[in-house]
Design a protein around this ligand. Structure first.
Ligand code: ATP
Ligand code: MG
Length: 559
């Protein structure tokens, strides 16, 4: 789906399908308050897709005066870790949301075990000794019914005893499983005696070695929702086939009837979001870490200079869909530009410098200019920019043989230096290889803003005074992948084949001195260039700035 951000501005404020459901549930007395949950598995860092889910779950509850729980879906001890728990909490808070209470599926292990025993007693669950391979084979196919397990008709007593022994550690991983007894010929394959428990001898990050049997997603998620009295359990579309099972367990146990609703997961162009792939990028050094500013993780996006406001705006604009689609990454970039344009402080920095020398500058003359800090801020506070005989300007702001509509600096042409004088190019100095090393200009002393009559010229360029310039490192980030639709790359190709070799370009740049005193805490605008945020790698001697996004939509792939 191609998004046009401008069109989105005029969006009608009708209810989305989830809001309609909630409104009608409240109106019809199906529930009297709303309780949603965000249920991450602590097996990786959160990404922009999770941010969408967070904004949705918390946003819906806020809209209807309800609450949202944070629940860690920690049912697989092998992949989970407290490192992830901590980062997830930090990311949700950074996005601006507060959970009502914090829970762990592992807190419910005793209750889940009891409920499993209850289903056994009702003749609705049994211990199966088949191997994983046999179970898979005997499930049948979409067109063929499955084959019932030879262990399916064990007595309640035997099942209870075996299940207790599983819990007590008598069996090895994979030796036995607990299955729900539903229907091996069910058209929905997930209802063909789904697994409820498997044996995993592994230390859990919270329950330690207390358990060696762990509930499957389907026997943990809905039950956890029910324990917490979640009214609206919102998940992504791929879980729609799980819904009958979600409902089956709740019905058979006769517990609080939470309900599941599905929405389309967020996909973004030029981006991969599976945790497995993100982990691989980190482990194999394709990026510098989970918080590499090119990563779609929340910590990466934050380090890149995105604001929580811009991400919430993005989630709002994406809306909720019932069918899978791919959102253009430029919509996310548009949102951060929109937010930073209103709030960020302005400075000048020259990223690819060439020297400009003012030949008629009076010997020893001291001067300074006054730059707007933020045009949207009515206080009209100004920053001081020292001026002098020698300046850096951007190499691309000068052309020796320019096309017709080039309004920047050219031989014999005039341009205004932002907040300052008009200069005229008189001479170009080159080195032996023909590279321009210096542009010699004269200046018009009466053209400074506030000094005499305003004279206008077509072009304005930014600059930095050589004598007061501060050296900074800039990291110019671009899209991590060259291919927009990373989920539909050709067979036989690997997603890593599409890594953009130009996704990080490091440059030594010059900035006006006031930049280094900025304490706004958010990204700043380098005038005419883009938004940049100070990176955590900065030291007082070596400031580092990450480019959040350019001022205009632009994308180049280095060949
Ligand atoms: P992965 O498949 O990459 O491991 P996951 O979906 O298993 O991710 P969870 O930690 O289980 O990750 O997800 C927590 C919540 O975030 C779930 O409700 C899930 O549906 C939702 N979520 C995950 N990815 C997206 C996405 N791309 N768009 C919207 N919601 C998402
Ligand atoms: Mg999951």
């Amino acid at each position: 789906m191609k998004e046009n951000p401008n069109e989105q501005n005029a969006e009608p404020k009708s209810l989305n399908f989830l809001e309609e459901i909630i409104s009608s549930d409240l109106a019809g007395g199906k529930c009297d308050s709303v309780l949603t949950r965000f249920p991450p598995e602590p097996n990786g860092y959160l990404h922009i897709g999770h941010a969408k889910s967070i904004c949705l779950n918390f946003g819906l509850a806020l809209k209807y005066g309800g609450k949202t729980n944070l629940r860690f879906d920690d049912t697989n001890p092998v992949k989970e870790d407290v490192e992830y728990v901590d980062s997830i909490k930090e990311d949700i808070k950074w996005l601006g949301f507060n959970w009502a209470s914090e829970h762990y599926a592992s807190d419910y292990f005793d209750q889940l075990y009891e409920w499993a025993c209850e289903l056994i007693r009702k003749g609705l669950a049994y211990v199966d000794d088949q191997t994983q391979e046999e179970i898979r084979k005997n499930r049948g196919t979409v067109s063929q019914p499955g084959v019932e397990s030879p262990y399916r008709n064990r007595s309640v007593e035997e099942n209870l005893a075996l299940f207790r022994e599983m819990k007590e550690g008598k069996y090895k991983d994979g030796e036995k499983v607990l299955r729900a007894k539903i229907d091996m010929a069910h058209p929905n394959m997930l209802l063909r005696d789904p697994l409820m428990y498997r044996i995993i001898h592994s230390t859990h990050h919270r329950t330690g070695d207390k358990w060696c049997i762990y509930p499957m997603y389907d026997f943990a998620h809905g039950q956890s929702d029910s324990i917490e009295h979640i009214t609206h359990s919102i998940c992504t579309l791929e879980f729609d086939v799980h819904r009958p099972l979600y409902d089956w367990f709740i019905e058979k146990l006769g517990i609080y009837p939470s309900h599941q609703y599905e929405f389309a997961r967020l996909n973004l162009t030029y981006t991969v979001m599976s945790k497995r792939k993100l982990l691989e990028l980190v482990k194999n050094g394709y990026v510098s870490g989970w918080d590499d500013p090119r990563m779609p993780t929340i910590c990466g996006i934050r380090r890149r200079g995105y604001t929580p406001e811009s991400i919430r705006m993005f989630a709002e604009k994406v809306g909720v869909a019932k069918r899978d689609n791919v959102i253009d990454l430029s919509l996310l970039e548009w949102c951060v530009r929109e937010d930073l344009n209103k709030r960020s402080n302005r400075y000048m920095a020259v990223i690819d410098p060439v020297k400009l020398v003012i030949t008629n500058w009076e010997e020893g003359k001291q001067d300074e200019c006054y730059g707007v800090i933020n045009p949207e801020n009515p206080s009209d506070e100004r920053r001081v920019i020292p001026f002098g005989k020698e300046l850096y300007i951007e190499r691309e702001d000068f052309m020796e043989e320019p096309p017709k509509k080039f309004f920047r600096l050219k031989p014999g042409g005039e341009v205004r230096l932002k907040y300052s004088y008009i200069v005229k190019c008189e001479e170009v100095v080159k080195d032996s290889k023909g590279n321009i090393v210096e542009i010699r200009c004269t200046y018009d002393p009466s053209s400074k803003p506030g000094a005499g009559e305003w004279r206008s010229v077509k072009g304005t360029i930014h600059w930095v005074p050589v004598h007061a310039a501060k050296k900074i490192e800039v990291r110019l980030f671009d899209r991590l992948f060259t291919e927009p639709f990373m989920d539909s790359i050709p067979e036989g190709k690997d997603y890593k084949d599409y890594l953009n070799p130009g996704s990080l370009v490091v440059r030594q740049a010059y900035a006006e001195p006031a930049l280094l005193d900025d304490n706004s805490g958010i990204a700043v605008q380098f005038e005419r260039t883009g938004y940049f945020v100070k990176d955590k790698d900065s030291t007082p001697e070596h400031p580092v700035f990450n480019r959040t996004v350019g001022l205009k939509d632009g994308f180049s792939v280095k060949k």
